[in-house]
Ligand binder design. Sequence first.
Ligand SMILES: [Zn+2]
Length: 345
Amino acid sequence: MDSQAGVEFYSGILLPDMVNAHCHLELSYMKGRIPPGGGFTAFAKGMGTARTGVTPEQRVAAAEDADAALWCQGVGAVGDVCNGDSTFALKRRSRIGYTNFLELFGMNTVSADTLSELEREAAGMGLRAGITPHSTYSLRDGAFVSAVRTGTDSVPLSVHFMESPSEKELFEGRGEMHEWYVERGTPIDFGRYRTPAGRIAACVPAARDILLVHDCCVTEEDVDTVMRHFTGRVTWVLCPRSNRYISGLVPPVELLRGKGVNIAIGTDSLASNESLSMIDELKALRGVPLEEALTWVTEGGAASLGIDDRIGVFEPGRRSGAVLLEGVDMEHMELTANSRTRRIL
Ligand SMILES: [Zn+2]
């Protein structure tokens, strides 16, 4: 190719900033601490013990490294789950735009009032943040409703959804999570909603925007239940490498594509992933046309967070950077083992 003064040539596909729709930056220090393949309930139990023996400084350093790696690979925005304020200071300095999901979690939790102060702290630091319920299996009835209704409704909800079969089984009074709760004497007061999808539809106002994360075990009926209810934007966020790491499950990509619903991609945290590479997430999804998959990591993610007026596509007036996707099999338009992204602008 001829060289021209002031013009740089790159070989590959040029993308706008990518969006990681589901991450837990504050858990970056947990990389490699929970062995893969133990299944969902074992992973949830392992999260408790893996938190010990690490200093606050080590946690912040790991989160800073993860933030830098996300930026260099071309991520411009992240939907990030927070259980505390340990990442707020670095996010204020970061060039990445974070939407912070302040997560209400725990079967002993009564209301989301405990998170109001965290929400005020984030707002005071200029960070975008809203309160969200962790999942349909980890909160009692009043707490779940409180998480949906407390604080701002200008930030979408982000709910871990149907990540394992035991979530739906819990509503049916069986399965390994049910056994675990019974063992601990934890009362389950939400069985009347019949399914996780039923609980979402009954407890979340129709006009809220919501990200439903993981979706490994959703059926067509679950998708219909959710989509019938909402008038707000619903995004089905897939984290295939985290699912593979924890349980070996595969999200039902073809079901969701067939339904024509909004899809975005997340990496989940380094507790259940080897890296936060968005392209490596796409490599784990088989059979999706590359052009379509690339919209999920760009405009799909931006729309899920309600920031598609700013980033996600190249258009005048939007402030997207430029990202080079290299190592693509251009003849077949497929990712290869060598495919990677790097920020060029
Ligand atoms: Zn998660």
